[in-house]
Every structure is written in structure tokens, then in C-alpha cells.
Design a protein around this ligand. Structure first.
Ligand code: UD1
Ligand code: CA
Length: 456
């Protein structure tokens, strides 16, 4: 059995934020989510997150991702692990991970698990230029790890050590729970330190290893918004490099923001200032022009999307969007559509080869194929209390500046004259004209203008 305990109960004082530290986002996802996802990739079965400060927020966001244990008050990282009582009787290996190291990769966790197969505890350390306030790794003469000393408890000699504790460990689960109770709090911060287990395990003749991380940026902790930006930058570079090596063209990778759960086909081109987040997929041959925000957007092949926002929606193949379109609310657009500038779609199903080219709001619609929606069409879907659906069947033509007051249906090959306000259904093949007739008054135009302009 492989388990993990994620320590996430602290406030993160240096973030100067009301949000618990682990909920701050890196590449579009909370720090804690990245760690959970990478634990799962490393085939960890049970994950217990230790929550405390703002626990309701963390629990609500991660409710389907892991188990929780509450730590109130927060008396240190050792005390945090003691709260994971649901793992007390498990056998096997348990990762213990600081919740503030979002960049840790599944390969590194797998390596720790592997190294722990013939040890009782493995500490992931790092050799750094500036050891700042990290805990220091003190090694014995034979090179084995002797103890970890927290910065606030260090003497001058220990402060000079460049090998630090990353806050990521692997334990034999039975030994972990057996010795947790041996941790005391006689130290500068009067806290129960998980790091004391190194000395305790050594004293009890157990095997403790420290293994040095291959990449310092991957294991860096995030304590303030500057360090958050460093994590973001590193992770972005990793994600973008992976996709460029897989054949995605980034015109400027430094200004293109791709989440960890985004996927691509081949021959995709991404222009600068594009953000792709959530479970977004971009199909073969599609180009995303500058200034797009796509969140949980599934885009088919050979589409062109320009300066637009697409959220929780799916677009099939050969579709052009924008500039300045907004597609949201579980819309599904079939192939070969044209969605033009200043068009908003909300919860629509749009059939094959239809057009909606300018200045339009379509909400709660079922639109057929080969439908033309003119400029400035508005579906009036809300009566102040309820939302109603509009149906426009295959081959229909909706003239410019028409209002369709839902619930209403325009039949197959029906025609709505421009400027109409449609309140009643239009049958197949019929034409609806719903506007006042025009009246022309000879000479009235000039007479009126002369009057308002003060001319005789
Ligand atoms: C810890 C390590 C230090 C290491 C550093 C790496 C200890 C005693 N020290 O120090 O050796 O170099 O991480 O970043 O472990 N947390 C709880 N409950 C608590 C206290 C902390 O859940 O009572 C959580 C925090 O939310 C955080 C993580 O544990 O996610 C680390 O806590 P933090 O206070 O940041 O530890 P450091 O002082 O950085
Ligand atoms: Ca920390």
C-alpha cells in the first residue's frame, strides 16, 4: 500500500492572504492539486491532507481528490502528521510532503518510494547556494544523514551547511506511526518537528537515507508571492517545452500560459497572450491567435480562434471564432460554423455549417444546420424569473436586429424579417415580419431640422 500525507494546515503568513497558502494557484491550479495529481501518477492509493487554517475552503475544493485530517491548533509538522490517524494501521510506504512545494514531479516521488523499499525513512534534500531559512542536513563522517536542524535552532557551523531539507520524505508506515509519539517540542519554536524523526530513527537503529534532488527548482518551497511566481515560471517552462517537443508551435513561449491538464493534437500554433487552462484540448491544425482565454474548452481540427473567451464548451472542426467572441455555459458547436465578432453563446447547441457573424447574443438555443443568424440578433431567454429555450430549425434565416422572445421556435427554412420582435412560433417555410410599417412624410425632415437648428 502506498499512501501520502500532505501537510497543508498552516496559514502561510508570508503570503499576506486570506486564502490558505496551498490554495494559491500555479499554472491555473491550486498548489495542493498539483501535489495530489503527481501522487496519483506515482500510484499512491490513499492521500490524507492535513488541514487547519481555512480548512473549509481546502475541503470544499478538494473533496473528491483526497481524505482529510484536521489539525487544530497547528503545533508543527510532526504534530500535523500525528493527525493522519486513518493511516495508523496501514502497512507499506507513506510519502510525507509539505503542501507548499507545487513543482514536485511524479518521477521524483516514484524514486523516493523506490529508495524506501530498503530503508525506513528517506529524506529528499537539495544542495543550494543560498540555504536561507531551510532546515540543514547534518551528515555523519561516513556520509549518512545524522539529523536535520531547523534554521532557528542552528549554531553558526550548522548555518554554513548548504544541504537543506526540502520537506519531502518517504517512510515505512509502521515505523512512522510507531515513532511519531517520540517527537518532543523542546526547540526554538516549541513545535513538534517531523524532522526530528531522523535522529529518533537513527537512535533506534533504523535505516535513514538522504537523497539529493536533481533539480532545485522542482523541490523549492513557496512561502510568499515572489516564490509563487518562481514556481509558476518554472512549471510553465516545463509544460511549454514538453509540448514544443511534441510538435506544438509557440510563437512566444514566455507569453503563453498552458495548464498541466491541457492536451494538443499536431500542427497547432499558439500566438502570444494565450491562456489555456482546465481540461482544454486543441485539435490538429488549429491556430489560437493572440489574446484568447480557453478554460475547459474542447476545440476540434483546423479551427481559428482570435481574441476570444471560450469556457466549458466544445467546438468541432473547421470553425472560425472572433475576434471578441464569448462562448460559455456548455455550448456545443458542430463543424464548419462561423462565430464572428462580439458574439456571445451561452448553453447553445449549434448545428453544422451555420453562421452567426456579428454582434449577437444567443442563449439557451437549439440551432439547426445551415442557419444564418443576422447581425444584432438577440434571444430574449430570461423573463426575470425563468430561462427559456429558443429553437431555430435547419435552413432558417434570422434577419438582422431581430429579437426572439423565448420560448419560441422558428421552423425549417423559416424566415424572420430584420428588426422583428418574434413572440409566436414561425412554421416551416413561413416568413414572419413583426415590426411597425414605415410612414414617409414629404418635406417634414428639412422642416424639423431647420427648427431645431434655429434657422428660418
Ligand atoms: C519545513 C521543514 C524544514 C524544511 C522546509 C522546506 C519542519 C520542522 N521544517 O520548514 O526543515 O527545510 O519545510 O520547505 O518540518 N504545516 C502544517 N501544520 C503545522 C505546521 C506546518 O500542516 O503545524 C504545513 C504548512 O501548511 C506547510 C508545511 O507544513 O505546507 C511546511 O510548513 P512551514 O511552516 O512552511 O515549514 P518550514 O518552516 O518552511
Ligand atoms: Ca515552507
Amino acid at each position: 500500500m502506498k499512501s501520502a500525507i500532505l501537510m497543508a494546515a498552516g496559514k502561510g503568513t508570508r503570503m499576506h492572504s486570506d486564502l490558505p497558502k496551498v490554495m494559491h494557484q500555479v499554472c491555473g491550479k491550486p498548489m495542493l492539486s498539483h501535489i495530489i495529481d503527481n501522487c496519483r501518477k506515482a500510484s499512491v492509493e490513499r492521500i490524507v491532507t492535513i488541514v487547519g487554517y481555512g480548512h473549509e475552503i481546502v475541503e470544499a475544493a478538494m473533496q473528491n481528490e483526497c481524505e482529510f485530517a484536521l489539525q487544530m491548533p497547528q503545533l508543527g509538522t510532526g504534530h500535523a502528521v500525528m493527525q493522519a490517524t486513518q493511516l495508523e494501521n496501514e502497512k507499506g510506504l507513506t510519502l510525507v510532503i509539505n503542501g507548499d512545494c507545487p513543482c514536485i514531479q511524479s518521477e521524483t516521488l516514484e524514486q523516493l518510494l523506490k529508495e524506501c523499499e530498503d530503508a525506513d525513512m528517506v529524506v529528499l534534500s537539495a544542495v543550494v547556494e543560498d540555504a536561507r531559512s531551510y532546515g540543514r542536513i547534518v551528515r555523519k563522517e561516513n556520509g549518512n544523514i545524522d539529523r536535520i536542524v531547523e534554521f532557528k535552532d542552528c549554531n553558526e557551523e550548522e548555518k554554513a551547511i548548504h544541504e537543506i531539507n526540502t520537506g519531502i520524505y518517504c517512510f515505512n508506515n509502521e515505523k512512522l506511526f510507531k515513532h511519531l509519539k517520540d517527537i518532543g517540542n523542546k526547540n526554538a519554536q516549541k513545535e513538534y518537528y517531523i524532522t526530528d524523526l531522523v535522529e529518533i530513527f537513527n537512535r533506534n537503529g533504523l535505516t535513514v537515507k538522504a537523497t539529493i534532488a536533481k533539480n532545485n527548482e522542482e523541490v523549492a518551497g513557496v512561502n510568499d508571492c515572489y516564490e509563487l511566481s518562481l514556481a509558476e515560471k518554472w512549471m510553465r517552462a516545463q509544460i511549454n517545452e514538453k509540448w514544443m517537443r511534441a510538435g506544438v508551435t509557440f510563437v512566444n513561449p514566455d507569453a503563453t500560459y498552458v495548464g498541466t491538464d491541457v492536451t494538443f493534437g499536431h500542427d497547432v500554433t499558439l500566438y502570444p497572450n494565450v491562456t489555456l487552462t482546465g481540461k482544454t484540448h486543441i485539435g490538429n491544425g488549429t491556430t489560437i491567435l493572440p489574446n484568447c482565454w480557453l478554460e475547459n474548452a474542447v476545440i476540434g481540427e483546423n479551427c481559428k480562434i482570435d481574441a476570444s473567451r471560450i469556457i466549458d464548451s466544445e467546438l468541432k472542426d473547421d470553425i472560425t471564432v472572433g475576434p471578441f467572441a464569448h462562448i460559455r455555459g456548455h455550448s456545443l458547436v458542430e463543424s464548419k460554423n462561423r462565430i464572428g465578432n462580439f458574439v456571445e453563446f451561452k448553453n447553445n447547441h449549434i448545428g453544422y455549417d451555420s453562421r452567426c457573424a456579428h454582434l449577437t447574443y444567443l442563449g439557451d438555443c437549439e440551432i439547426g444546420s445551415n442557419v444564418n443568424i443576422g447581425c444584432g440578433v438577440v434571444t430574449v431567454n430570461y423573463d426575470g424569473k425563468n430561462k427559456w429555450r429558443t429553437t431555430v430549425k435547419d435552413g432558417a434565416f434570422i434577419g438582422s436586429n431581430a429579437n426572439l422572445i423565448a420560448p419560441v421556435t422558428v421552423g425549417e427554412n423559416g424566415f424572420v424579417a430584420c428588426g422583428s420582435t418574434i413572440t409566436d412560433n414561425v412554421d416551416d417555410t413561413d416568413m414572419a415580419i413583426a415590426r411597425a410599417r414605415q410612414v414617409n412624410k414629404p418635406g417634414y425632415g428639412k422642416a424639423y431640422l431647420d427648427k431645431v437648428r434655429g434657422k428660418k
